[in-house]
Ligand binder design. Structure first.
Ligand SMILES: *[C@@H]1O[C@H](CO)[C@@H](O)[C@H](O)[C@H]1NC(C)=O
Ligand SMILES: *[C@@H]1O[C@H](CO)[C@@H](O)[C@H](O)[C@H]1NC(C)=O
Ligand SMILES: *[C@@H]1O[C@H](CO)[C@@H](O)[C@H](O)[C@H]1NC(C)=O
Ligand SMILES: *[C@@H]1O[C@H](CO)[C@@H](O)[C@H](O)[C@H]1NC(C)=O
Ligand SMILES: *[C@@H]1O[C@H](CO)[C@@H](O)[C@H](O)[C@H]1NC(C)=O
Length: 697
C-alpha cells in the first residue's frame, strides 16, 4: 500500500490525548500518520465527536509488552465512503498518562450518511482476583447499511476459535474469509467452521478476545488479521431489541501471560464441567463398528467383533454399534432381519463384559416409524410454511429435531429411554448437531427464536446428557458445563494436516483450549474413506501404529479397525499401548481432570507444551507435541516413513517464572535435560513414541 493512501488516527483514551509519531512496540514495529484535514475532534462534555471521511482512514496498531495504558485506534475503510469501522483498543507504549480511564466516544461518519458509536469501558474484574485488565468495546451503527468491523493484527501467536478442516495450531495461518460464526459440518464444506466452536481466542502475549453470545458475529482470519463483524441478516434473524441496527461487542483482556489470562477468562466467562466424565470411557478402549464395517453390520458381525476383542485379550469401555442397525434412519430400533434378537445379543455382550452403545443423530427420515409420531410438525425444525423442514444430510433427507422445544427433547429422550428398556442398550453416540443442518431449511423456524443459533447445539447436548455420563457428542457450543466426551470430526486415513493424522494434536489442543477437556479422538487409523463413504480398505499399518501411539496419550482410545487385521507385532504393540494408557496415562488424565473440575488448574489434561513454560517463544509454534497434565510431554512421529524427529523440550523456566524445568526421557532413560532445547534428529522407531516426564528444580 502506498503511504499516501494511509491516514492513521490514534486516540489515546487517557484523557484522549491525540498522539502522532512513530510508536515502537514490544512485539513488532508499527506506525501511523495523521493528516489534519481528515479528522476533527470536538469535545462534547463526556463525549468526543469525530467527523471524518471514512474513505480516507486506515489504521494500524500493536501492543507493548510492558506498559499498561490503553490506546484506542480506529479506522473507517471503504471504497465507496460508506464502509466499515475498525478499532483496535490495545495497550501501547506511547500513552502519556498512566492508568487511563476510558470514556465513551462517538464517531460520526459524514453528515447524513451513517453514524457509528464506539464505547470502550474498562471492566471491573475484582470478582476474579488476578492481575488482568479487561476492556469492553461496543460498536453500534445507526443505519442498516453500515456494519462495524473490528480487526486485530496477529503479531503474536493466536489459539482457539473453532474445529477446522485445516486445523492449524496456532491459528495465524488460517485463511478464512468473512462469514457468520456458527458451527458447521466440515465434511459438507471445507470452508465451514467445524462442529466445535467458541467465541474465544487467546494470544501468546496474554491477550484474550471474547465475544458475547448475543452479538451477530461474523469472523475472518486472513492475512494475519482476525476480524470481527457484527451484522444482522441470515442466519442472525432475531435482533437485539435494544440495538436494532448492526452492532458488535467484544471484550479484550490483558494478562501477564497466556496461562494467567486463560485461567481468568474461564473463570469470568465460561463454565467448567462439574464432574468427571464416564471414567471407563477414559480408561479403556471404545470399539466402534463404524470404520471397519461401515453399514454392513448385523447380529453375527457384532458378536463376532466382540468375541475377537476378547480372544485377543483386549479390554473395553464399550462396544459401539454404529450406522446400519436400523431399518430407517431415525427408528433407533434394531432391524429385525439383521438383528433377529437384539436383546439377546446385548445380553450376551453384557455377559462378555461389554457395555453397549448405539449411534443416533438429530435427524429422522420421513419413512421412519418415528417421523409420524404424534403431530408430524410438532418436534421438528419448521420451514416458513409451518411444515417440517427438509434437511439433506449424509444419509438422505430427513427432518431435524427442534431441541429448543422442551417437549421435543422429552419426546426424543423418551424414545432413547425406550431403546434402553427394550434392548438393554447402555448409552448412545450422538452425532451431528451443527447449525448448518438448521439453516439449510429455507425460512427455518425454531420453537424458541434465538439471536444466536449456537444455542441449538447446546440444547441438543443438554438433551443428550439426560441419557447420562456415558455419552459422546461431536458438536459443542457453550456446553462447558456438561461432563461428557466431545468427539473429533471423522478423520481420514492419511497423514494430512487436513483431517488426517497430523490434525490429531492440533484438534485435541483446540478442544481443551475451548474448554472441552474430555477429548474423544476419532478411530485409530482413521475412517478409511478413500474408497468411498462405505468402503472399508484397511488403513496402512504404519499409519495405524502411529495413530495408536498418539491416542494412547489422549483422554480416550477408540478402535474400529483392529490390531489383528494386521499382524502379531501390531497386536502386541496395541496391547502394550492400551496397558500404558490404562495405567500411567489414565492416572495422570484423571488427576488433571479432577484438578480442572475443582478449579485448581486453568486447563484440561491435554495441554499445549507452552502451558508449562514462561517466556518460551519457541514453544508457541509447536503443533506436534503435547502435555498430559503438567507431567508428561509427548512427541510422536506424525510423518509417513519417519524414524526420527526434532524434539523440542520447552523451558528453561516453569510457568511460575521461578523454577527450572528438567525433562526425564521415559523412552531412553539417561540424565534429566534442562528445558529450552531442541534435540535434533532424535531417533524414534516405528513401535516407539518419545515421551518425557517433567520435574522442577
Ligand atoms: C489371552 O490370555 C490368555 C490367558 O492369559 C492366554 O492363554 C491367551 O493365549 C491370550 N490370547 C492371546 C491371543 O494372546
Ligand atoms: C451378517 O453379515 C455377514 C457378512 O456380511 C453374513 O455372512 C451373515 O449371514 C449375516 N448374518 C445375518 C444374521 O444377517
Ligand atoms: C430373544 O432371546 C431371548 C433370550 O434368549 C428370548 O427370551 C426371546 O424369546 C428371544 N426373542 C425372539 C423374538 O426370538
Ligand atoms: C507411506 O510411505 C510408503 C512408503 O514410501 C508409501 O508406500 C505409502 O503410500 C505412503 N502412505 C501414504 C498414506 O502416503
Ligand atoms: C486424505 O484422505 C481424504 C479422504 O480419502 C482425501 O480426500 C484426501 O485427499 C487425502 N489427503 C491426502 C494428503 O492424501
Amino acid at each position: 500500500m502506498n503511504s499516501m493512501d494511509k491516514r492513521y488516527v490514534i486516540l489515546g483514551l487517557s484523557g484522549l490525548v491525540l498522539c502522532a509519531g512513530i510508536v515502537m512496540l514490544g512485539v513488532g514495529i508499527s506506525y501511523f500518520e495523521q493528516s489534519d484535514n481528515d479528522v476533527t475532534i470536538d469535545r462534547d462534555s463526556e463525549n468526543y465527536v469525530v467527523n471524518f471521511d471514512p474513505s480516507l482512514l486506515r489504521l494500524t496498531y500493536t501492543r507493548s509488552s510492558d506498559e499498561k495504558c490503553l490506546l484506542s485506534v480506529f479506522m473507517g475503510q471503504s471504497a465507496d465512503g460508506r464502509g466499515e469501522m475498525m478499532s483496535y483498543p490495545r495497550i501501547v507504549q506511547s500513552c502519556q498518562e498512566s492508568d487511563p480511564v476510558c470514556t465513551t466516544v462517538t464517531y460520526t461518519i459524514g453528515p447524513g450518511q451513517a453514524e457509528l458509536k464506539l464505547s470502550v469501558t474498562e471492566l471491573s474484574v475484582s470478582d476474579v482476583s488476578q492481575n488482568v485488565k479487561c476492556y469492553e468495546t461496543t460498536w453500534s451503527s445507526t443505519t442498516d447499511d453500515v456494519a462495524p468491523v473490528d480487526c486485530f493484527p496477529m503479531s503474536d501467536y493466536w489459539f482457539g476459535g473453532a474445529e477446522m478442516y485445516y486445523q492449524h495450531w496456532p491459528v495465524n495461518s488460517w485463511d478464512k474469509f468473512m462469514s457468520f460464526y456458527l458451527s458447521g459440518d466440515m465434511f459438507e464444506d471445507a470452508q465451514q467452521f467445524g462442529s466445535v466452536l467458541e467465541r474465544y481466542w487467546l494470544s501468546s502475549s496474554g491477550v484474550a478476545l471474547y465475544v458475547p453470545p448475543d452479538v451477530p458475529l461474523h469472523l475472518s482470519i486472513e492475512n494475519q488479521r482476525i476480524c470481527f463483524k457484527g451484522a444482522y441478516g441470515d442466519p442472525y434473524k432475531i435482533r437485539n431489541e435494544a440495538l436494532l441496527t448492526h452492532w458488535l461487542k467484544y471484550t479484550a483482556c490483558f494478562g501477564d501471560s497466556p496461562q494467567v489470562t486463560h485461567d481468568f477468562m474461564f473463570k469470568k466467562y465460561f463454565k467448567r464441567p462439574n464432574a468427571l466424565p464416564d471414567l471407563r470411557m477414559m480408561k479403556s478402549p471404545i470399539w466402534s463398528s463404524w470404520a471397519r464395517y461401515k453399514v454392513n453390520i448385523n447380529q453375527s458381525t457384532i458378536l463376532q467383533y466382540a468375541n475377537e476383542i476378547l480372544e485377543y485379550n483386549f479390554t473395553n469401555s464399550q462396544i459401539e454399534i454404529d450406522d446400519g442397525y436400523e431399518v430407517r434412519y431415525g427408528d433407533h430400533t434394531f432391524d429385525p432381519v439383521k438383528f433377529p434378537n437384539a436383546s439377546e445379543m446385548i445380553q450376551t455382550l453384557h455377559d462378555l463384559g461389554f457395555r453397549v452403545t448405539t449411534w443416533v443423530t438429530p435427524f429422522i427420515n420421513p419413512r421412519s416409524e418415528n417421523y409420524n409420531e404424534g403431530d408430524v410438525n410438532k418436534y421438528f425444525v419448521l420451514n416458513g410454511a409451518g411444515e417440517s423442514g427438509r434437511v439433506p444430510w449424509w444419509n438422505g433427507i430427513g427432518s431435524a429435531i427442534d431441541f429448543t422445544d422442551p417437549d421435543a427433547c422429552d419426546w426424543y429422550s423418551g424414545l432413547l429411554d425406550d431403546v434402553r428398556t427394550r434392548y438393554g442398550v447402555d448409552s448412545f453416540k450422538f452425532d451431528a448437531g451443527e447449525i448448518n443442518y438448521v439453516t439449510v431449511v429455507p425460512n427455518f423456524e425454531l420453537f424458541t427464536p434465538m439471536q444466536n443459533l449456537g444455542y441449538y447445539t447446546r440444547h441438543y447436548a443438554e438433551c443428550a446428557f439426560r441419557l447420562g455420563y456415558q455419552i459422546e457428542v461431536r458438536s459443542a457450543w457453550d456446553c462447558h458445563h456438561l461432563p461428557i466426551f466431545v468427539r473429533m470430526m471423522d478423520k481420514d486415513s492419511n497423514w494430512s494436516e487436513a483431517k488426517g493424522l497430523k490434525s490429531l494434536i492440533p484438534t485435541a489442543l483446540t478442544f481443551t483450549l475451548l474448554g472441552y477437556p474430555y477429548v474423544l479422538p476419532d478411530m485409530i487409523g482413521g475412517n478409511a474413506y478413500e474408497a468411498g463413504f462405505h468402503g472399508t480398505p484397511l488403513p496402512e499399518r504404519e499409519l495405524f501404529i502411529r495413530w495408536l501411539e498418539i491416542t494412547a496419550f489422549l483422554p480416550s482410545m477408540q478402535f474400529s479397525y483392529t490390531p489383528w487385521q494386521y499382524d502379531d507385532v501390531t497386536i502386541k504393540l496395541s496391547r502394550d499401548y492400551v496397558t500404558l494408557h490404562e495405567t500411567v496415562v489414565f492416572e495422570e488424565l484423571k488427576k488433571a481432570s479432577e484438578e480442572y473440575v475443582a478449579g485448581k488448574s486453568g486447563i484440561g489434561p491435554i495441554r499445549p507444551i507452552w502451558w508449562v513454560t514462561y517466556d518460551d517463544v519457541k514453544a508457541f509454534t509447536v503443533d506436534d507435541e503435547f502435555m498430559v497434565g503438567d507431567r508428561y510431554l509427548v512427541a510422536p512421529i506424525v510423518n509417513n516413513g519417519s524414524r526420527s524427529r526434532d524434539v523440542y523440550l520447552p523451558g528453561p523456566t516453569f510457568r511460575d517464572g521461578a523454577r527450572t524445568i528438567l525433562w526425564e526421557d521415559k523412552l531412553r532413560g539417561g540424565a534429566p535435560i534442562a528445558g529450552g532445547v531442541t534435540l535434533s534428529d532424535y531417533r524414534i522407531e516405528l513401535e516407539e513414541i518419545s515421551w518425557w516426564e517433567l520435574t522442577l528444580k
